[in-house]
Write a protein that binds this ligand. Structure first.
Ligand code: FPP
Length: 247
């Protein structure tokens, strides 16, 4: 039995979220500009999306494409990444729609170039009714910013008399996040050997299993993704509770 078959028989996560790190180092190691690393990184993301949809019953996949903090990178690199995402949406939309993928985007889109914002809205609208893989791209996204925005909206609702402050619990709060309605990630993967969460899905990954891969993102293959799932299946998840047998 192949590892993929074995993984498919086991307990699959509902939601995997990935911090795609190491594009710059991949390029530097080859004497190439950082932008070449991002291009190779986009190709790795495409490879994985094409693999996951048909091969695994994984309902939710979230990819961290650009963080709130990435705006501080050199202007040329930021522009390149925005263009790359634009190209990605334009050139892959038909294929995704055909494959039943539902595209979602989380993050502060008010900061992205008008053209990309339009393309994002079109792609989200065009795939809204699809029922295959829910692919979320985190773009201009920061977990703290998302939580602060939710708190702001909750305060506005309370001031307007539509929400009682004592009714605000964790479930109500989660309903004000951009990810409302989606399950929390069961597994967060970060590539490139860095072991940080870097402001990614801070609220949502409260009980996520973390998997740190040494591979630089452009080299991350579907086979390695399957190995990460196999490793995830060996973990015992207790969500803060204690198993009866060991109590
Ligand atoms: C981190 O590597 C990666 C990013 C900031 C950008 C991620 C973007 C992509 C993988 C391409 C576009 C994505 C899609 C979904 C098409 P880094 O530049 O921080 O690498 P380094 O830590 O080695 O410098």
């Amino acid at each position: 039995m192949t590892l993929l078959e074995q993984v498919r028989k086991g307990r699959l996560p509902q939601h995997v979220a990935i911090i795609m790190d190491g594009n710059g180092r991949w390029a530097e190691a080859r004497g190439l500009p950082r932008t070449a690393g991002h291009r190779a990184g986009a190709a790795a993301a495409e490879r994985l999306i094409r693999f996951v949809g048909p091969r695994l019953e994984l309902p939710y996949l979230t990819l961290f494409a650009f963080s709130s903090e990435n705006w501080a990178r050199p202007r040329g690199e930021v522009e390149f990444l925005m263009d790359l995402l634009s190209d990605f949406l334009r050139s892959r939309l038909a294929e995704f729609a055909e494959a039943g993928i539902q595209l979602r985007v989380i993050g502060d889109l008010s900061r992205v170039p008008d053209r990309l914002r339009r393309e994002v809205c079109e792609a989200v609208a065009a795939t809204r009714d699809n029922r295959g893989l829910r692919l979320t791209i985190a773009l201009s996204y920061g977990g703290r910013q998302e939580i602060a925005a939710a708190a702001r909206r909750i305060a506005e609702e309370a001031v307007a008399g539509r929400l009682r402050p004592d009714a605000v619990d964790a479930d109500v709060f989660a309903g004000f996040l951009e990810t409302a309605g989606a399950p929390d990630p069961d597994l967060v993967i970060r590539t490139s050997g860095e072991e940080r969460v870097s402001n990614f899905l801070l609220w949502q990954s409260a009980y996520a299993e973390l998997h740190f891969a040494q591979t630089l993102w452009p080299d991350f293959t579907p086979a390695e993704f399957v190995r990460a799932l196999a490793e995830y299946q060996t973990r015992t998840r207790r969500f803060g509770a204690v198993e009866e047998a060991t109590a």
